[in-house]
Design a protein around this ligand. Sequence first.
Ligand SMILES: [Zn+2]
Length: 205
Amino acid sequence: MIGAYVLGGLPEDQRTGLLAHMDGCPGCRADAAELGKVARALETVDPERPAAEAPPPHLYRAVFSRIEAEGLHAVRSRRRIRVAGLVAAAALLIVVAALTFRSGGEVIDFASVPRGVVASAVLDETSAGMEVHLEVEGLEPGTYGVWMEGYGGDRLPAGTFEVADAGVVEGDFLAGWRRDECRALGVTRLGGEDVLVQELPHVSG
Ligand SMILES: [Zn+2]
């Protein structure tokens, strides 16, 4: 756009955008200043009366070797900018992932629960494995085991808890697996049946 801008041929809306960009971009300001000199020199040229003399041969070579060098430089800068953009994007992803896992963790809603039971869990991946923060209300009195299920169907115990009455139970449990190894989360009444089973969204390791 800078070429059209210095020649006064850029539409108003694009001109406003370019000016706003150049405000914060020294590179484009320098390009505009450089091209501005050319634009002013062009004003002195009469297209009806081309130069009487042919340009000297060395000028052709000088101009084109310069264009070649500038072209290579431009390709290199574009690549640098692309790499810098990728690095910035990757850094942003890491920050987002860190925040997701640190503050709050992964919230799991139990899609189907026994009548009168309310349950929710928050998963946090720690260096020791999956930490399960569980909140359950309305379970029958008894002893319950929390587990995580792997993709092979095997269950890894994460701890047990007691329910004395139908109050709220809240506790932290730990299963020594990585998140990507876990297919489901559940609670089983010891010596009885599963009371809570929730399949987890698949994550890749
Ligand atoms: Zn710029």
